[in-house]
Design a protein around this ligand. Structure first.
Ligand code: F6P
Length: 475
């Protein structure tokens, strides 16, 4: 069994108390790291004035964690700047929000280069290397430039836009050329895969071969959809056990006989939070008998607050919330409860189980695991109903949800009403079909299928004449 080397911007070291809430990638990799010896390399989350060029090593069981600090300038240019201010909006089809700066792009390439130099010396000949997400697109090119010939896979957790959208970002052709240094590129949906293959053909002259295969010069890359899943069983169990949890009991007591509508999202403009609040407002205006009968709880941990567009969003959400609660609330009834806390998974599972409607209405989203978690958390005898944006990758799989266009507030308001009034028999039938889908495509099958495809052939890099050592940033 080859060693698995995972590279991601954030690294999740297991919490020794076992109480911490493991993030999505940590859950995904748990089984893979049980089967393979592992190395997980990435940013420590810390900044230092003069960070070491070699990683800090932490050994835990089967896995070695290798952590790099960044300078404040690295964090500003690589993470806040190019990754989250230029690439993130473009990948989410928000051309108007994308702020490109040459300095940020140089910082992004610099961090990728320094990660590659620190990692290259740790790579063993048979290692399988799996890179995650948009922070690290040039990493394989930098590793190849240092002579690494192992098979390298990349998984893109967020949407991959149409070439006409990506092409507006300066530097995007270089990113596309860099992506051809991977052997396997996984994206969330077939649409994303099609967009990326089209981009490679239209923008950098690659040739589309049969199926997933694309060729650029002597390089062959497979670009394929691998829809990510959740650990359905553990989330379901956590939801079942949640009734004793203090926060869940407090929510039950606060609701009384009212029905709960829930939204759970990071504070990000891609999630459509103010738009969703306005749809709920439309619902209350159009259904005055429901005033005082429902409560909408929006759980929204703050994120990336140093990026100006996120600070603006925070203001917009607070204004929208205040306006709706002020104009439609009554003594003893607040229509929208908005909380910024980060809750552990068991609490979120319990809150999901209480909710008669799950509102997952992003303007654009790679997959959206909250939609899958909402379904997994439901009581099979009396499940709630999911209202799901057509622009979330999850909508390709969960066709039994009430699928909506989040730009149409009246359509979303009608779906909220339909979800609240839907009979038990129909809710159970739809829930069973969605549950079957998310169980079949759960997190274990996602990890296994990506790694099977990644390990399924010889590296095109292996055996070919190495290019002179030159950093991708110098090209
Ligand atoms: O979904 C994309 C992603 O970047 C994840 O990798 C990450 O866990 C999440 O968004 C939160 O973003 P950040 O790491 O910037 O807080």
């Amino acid at each position: 069994m080859p060693r698995l080397v995972v590279v991601s911007n954030r690294v999740a070291i297991p919490d020794p108390t076992g109480k911490g809430s493991a993030g999505g990638l940590a859950v995904a990799l748990k089984e893979a790291f049980e089967a393979h010896r592992g190395l997980w390399f990435g940013w420590s989350g810390k900044v230092a004035a003069q960070p070491s060029t070699t990683p800090r090593i932490v050994d835990k069981g089967n896995v070695q964690y290798a952590l790099m600090d960044l300078t404040p300038l690295d964090r500003q240019e690589y993470y806040n700047g190019f990754a989250n201010r230029a690439l993130w909006p473009i990948m989410h089809y928000r051309i108007g929000l994308s702020e490109f700066s040459r300095a940020d792009y140089a910082g992004y390439l610099r961090v990728n280069r320094s990660f590659a130099s620190a990692l290259a010396g740790m790579i063993q000949p048979d290692d399988l290397i799996w890179v995650h997400d948009y922070h690290l697109i040039p990493l394989a090119a930098e590793l190849r430039a240092l002579g690494v010939t192992n098979r390298i896979g990349y998984f893109h957790h967020i949407p991959w836009p149409a070439p006409e959208v990506l092409g507006t970002l300066p530097g995007s052709q270089d990113l596309l050329r860099d992506i051809t240094e991977y052997n396997l590129v996984g994206v969330q949906t077939d649409l994303d895969a099609d967009n990326l293959r089209r981009g490679l053909v239209q923008e950098v002259g690659a040739i589309q071969r049969k199926g997933d295969l694309v060729e650029l010069g002597e390089k062959q890359i497979r670009v394929k959809g691998f829809p990510i899943g959740i650990d359905v069983n553990s989330f379901q169990q956590a939801a079942k056990r949640s009734s004793t949890n203090r926060l869940v009991r407090q929510t039950v007591a606060g609701l009384g006989s009212r029905r709960l509508i829930i939204g759970i999202d990071r504070l990000d403009y891609s999630k459509g939070i103010p738009e969703r609040m306005e749809s709920f407002e439309r619902f209350l205006i159009g259904n005055p008998d429901q005033r005082g009968q429902v409560t909408y709880l929006q759980v929204t941990p703050v994120s990336r607050s140093e990026v100006p567009e996120y600070a603006t969003l925070s203001r917009v959400v607070n204004e929208t919330l205040g306006r709706i609660n002020g104009s439609l609330g009554e003594p003893g009834w607040v229509p929208i409860h908005y909380v910024n806390s980060t809750y552990p998974r068991p609490v979120l599972a319990g809150l999901n189980r209480l909710a008669r409607v799950g509102l997952v209405t992003p303007m654009r989203d790679g997959m959206n695991l909250v939609a899958k978690e909402y379904v997994a958390a439901q009581d099979p005898e009396d499940p709630g109903m999911l209202v799901l944006s057509k622009f979330a990758g999850a909508a390709q799989q969960m066709t039994d949800a009430l699928i909506v266009n989040p730009n149409d507030k009246i359509e979303v308001a009608e779906a909220i009403r339909d979800a609240l009034y839907m009979g038990r028999e129909e809710r159970v039938a739809r829930w069973e079909r969605m549950m079957a889908t998310i169980t079949q495509c759960d997190i274990a099958s996602w990890t296994a299928s990506f790694l099977k495809d990644l390990s399924g052939g010889r590296s095109p890099g292996a055996g070919r004449i190495l290019r002179p050592v030159q950093s991708a940033g110098q090209r």
